[in-house]
Design a binder for this molecule. Structure first.
Ligand code: 9MR
Length: 478
């Protein structure tokens, strides 16, 4: 685990950083996307119970436009490269956590999940591993040590891991990676076991591309997953990358394939969505791309076990596609100037159609966000357990009528009152608005269950009975 002191300091700093990030978002993020009044992707995804994520390029986090879109539009982040083996263990046994830590800090500041990518993969291995010769026993030990160390480092902070990435050939046979060649298919089971031991709460995934629909490759993956489950290997989910081509997306085939893996009792997720086109882009290609994004999102949203969608990058300018596919590009939801494309609207429409609603104008009393209009599927108590001139201690309990994964509770404090610290949740404040998201240990709440957290205020006391929302929906008071 990351050193406790480091985490404590970060927790204290979090409120301030989060508030300034959120306020900066008002200044830059939506101005850049020219969508000021519209709800963000994360706002429409949240009520559907799914996450919407993006791959984050570590070197772009200093760019305010990039950072603000990443913070405000998404509630899950995946390191595009910073958590890969070559980045974290460039020399044997010597770890460099800088990029991974930056991402995890960013996620915590912004109330986001972290999708860990990736532990055991034939590509982007450090030279010492790629070119070194090791006995089979030594290689197995190197691999499990790496998994144990990295998952342990982020225990409780990374909710999902791509434990094994791209293990298959197109014909459904195992890829002849160094691990497979020396260790056989048991390298997969061993990696999952090591990951589970290092963080029993993290959800463990196998991830691949060209497995989105039923074909020889996804059949091979399916057979492996069945086999792992039969052996009792701790696997929780299957990631489908979805690096797709405009005009070549079959939504119902994707849905059926997601469903057959879900029927094994596993979580499924869209992990690296982008849809490329031959350049230059034109409006009819962009419209087709929007329909294709919508088809993938609809496919996930139609499958209960599909927990979320991650896009592989924010803007076309930063995408991996043109570097690898000559003459192709424009694969992302934002264009080269960070303006949202039709694909962005299509993603949002998909969540709205799946029950994401339109949070609309919070000042409009007819909108569902208005505290006078409880949505009816949650109720909350907001109790002051201690009060003094310059502060208070507050206990909040929210009872939900429907089951919830990864909750978000919001409320307002009186003007000038600030969060001092909190417990049993991750807190951020922007102006009077406070957002609390679950810790890794209390994100799953069954129907009829309760969410409880508490916090202390400074600069004045909170108000007893303050209304709260759960996932953007108003809760009845009491
Ligand atoms: O987007 C990533 C790019 O920056 C790297 O250079 C590349 C190296 O292989 O990896 C890209 O991400 C890949 C991901 O990790 C696994 N699935 C395919 C992605 C696109 O190549």
């Amino acid at each position: 685990m990351r050193p406790h002191r480091e985490r404590t300091v970060r927790r204290l700093a979090r409120t301030l950083v989060a508030a300034s990030t959120a306020m900066a978002a008002v200044t830059f993020g939506f101005a850049a996307t020219a969508q000021a009044a519209d709800p963000s992707l994360r706002e429409v995804a949240d009520p559907t119970g799914r996450f919407i994520g993006t791959a984050v390029n570590d070197s772009l986090l200093n760019d305010s436009t990039y950072r603000n879109i990443a913070a405000t539009e998404f509630d899950s982040v995946t390191a595009e490269n910073a958590m890969k083996w070559e980045s974290v263990e460039p020399q044997r046994g010597q770890y460099d956590w800088a990029g991974g830590d930056r991402l995890v800090d960013f996620a915590q500041q912004n109330g986001q999940l972290v999708y860990g990518h990736t532990l055991v993969w034939h590509s982007q291995m450090p030279d010492w591993l790629e070119n070194g010769s090791f006995s089979d026993t030594e290689l197995r030990e190197i691999m499990t040590d790496h998994v144990t160390t990295q998952v342990g480092r982020y225990r409780g902070e990374v909710q999902r891991w791509d434990v094994v990435n791209e293990a298959f050939n197109e014909d459904g046979s195992f890829r002849q990676s160094k691990f497979y060649q020396q260790l056989g298919a048991s390298y997969i089971a061993d990696s999952f076991r090591a990951a589970r031991a290092a963080d029993p709460d993290a959800k463990l995934f196998i991830n691949d591309y060209n497995t989105e629909t039923q074909n020889a490759k996804s059949d091979g993956l399916y057979r492996l997953v069945q086999d792992l489950l039969a052996q009792g290997v701790p696997i929780d989910g299957v990631g489908f990358q979805n690096h797709l081509i405009v005009g070549n997306v079959n939504g119902s085939a994707i849905r059926q394939n997601l469903q057959r893996f879900a029927d094994l009792g596993l979580e499924v997720a869209v992990t690296e969505l982008d849809i490329r086109m031959r350049m230059p882009a034109d409006s009819s290609k962009l419209q087709q791309q929007a329909r294709d994004y919508r088809a993938v999102a609809d496919a996930c949203l139609a499958v209960d076990a599909c927990s979320g969608i991650t896009v592989w990058g924010i803007s076309d300018r930063d995408s991996w596609v043109p570097d690898v596919f000559e003459g192709e590009g424009a694969a992302c939801p934002w264009d080269d100037n960070y303006r949202p494309k039709p694909a962005y609207d299509a993603l949002r429409d998909a969540f709205v159609a799946a029950g994401g609603g339109d949070p609309g104008d919070p000042d409009d009393p007819d909108e569902p966000d208005d505290p006078d209009e409880p949505a009816g599927d949650c109720s909350a108590t907001f109790q002051i357990s201690n009060r003094w001139d310059a502060g208070s201690v507050v206990a909040v309990t929210v009872r939900t009528d429907r089951s919830v994964n990864d909750w978000r509770v919001e409320f307002d404090l009186p003007s000038g009152v600030t969060l001092a610290n909190g417990w049993n949740g991750r807190f951020s404040q922007s102006g009077t608005r406070v957002t609390v998201t679950n810790e890794s240990y209390n994100g799953t709440v069954p129907a009829g269950g309760t969410i409880s957290f508490g916090f202390q205020t400074g600069g004045g006391a909170a108000e007893e009975g303050t209304p709260v929302t759960l996932g953007g929906q108003n809760c009845a008071t009491g």
